[in-house]
Design a binder for this molecule. Structure first.
Ligand code: FES
Length: 153
């Protein structure tokens, strides 16, 4: 008997479906990285991210892995891609410090662009009016999770 060659390297899907009727529910259906992305734990204990604190993590945005960060501002969590809208450089020096002493803005350490923590809009600096790319985060079971687009927390 001639064995059917697999096109995608995953074996004969038709045979697999016959053997395991519910296989559709267990087989991944990768289309692009964004759709495959799962919720990712950023911090196991959300309480460890104190007011004004920041944390860097990686997120997949439009199929590309990007540096990202989450901050706690006035008790709420806000997350963005860690790329300034001025020159596409990281906002911090790698130390996850995103606020200055005034604590009224996310501040780019490169040339001082100031972004509103709640919206990511630049209200002062060289990229006035531009916005950081927002990311969804959620607290579940006491942990902070990055929630990819199309996923619900
Ligand atoms: S790179 Fe951020 S203000 Fe210039």
């Amino acid at each position: 008997m001639r064995r059917r060659e697999s096109v995608n390297g995953c074996g004969d899907e038709r045979m697999l479906h016959r053997l395991v009727p519910h296989v559709r529910s267990i087989l991944p259906r990768p289309r692009n990285l964004g759709q495959c992305a799962r919720m990712t734990m950023i911090l196991k204990d959300a309480r460890l991210l104190s007011e004004g604190g920041g944390l860097r993590f990686s997120a997949i945005v439009n199929g590309v892995q990007r540096d990202a960060f989450v901050v706690r501002f006035r008790g709420e969590l806000f997350a963005y891609v860690n790329t300034c809208r001025h020159q596409s450089l990281a906002l911090d020096f790698g130390d996850a410090r995103f606020f200055d002493e005034a604590f009224d803005a996310i501040v780019c350490c490169q040339h001082g662009a100031r972004y509103r923590p709640e919206t990511g809009e630049c209200f002062a600096g060289p990229c006035l009016g531009a916005r950081l790319t927002p990311l969804a985060v959620a607290v579940r079971d006491g942990a902070i999770w990055w929630v990819p687009p199309g996923r619900s927390p």
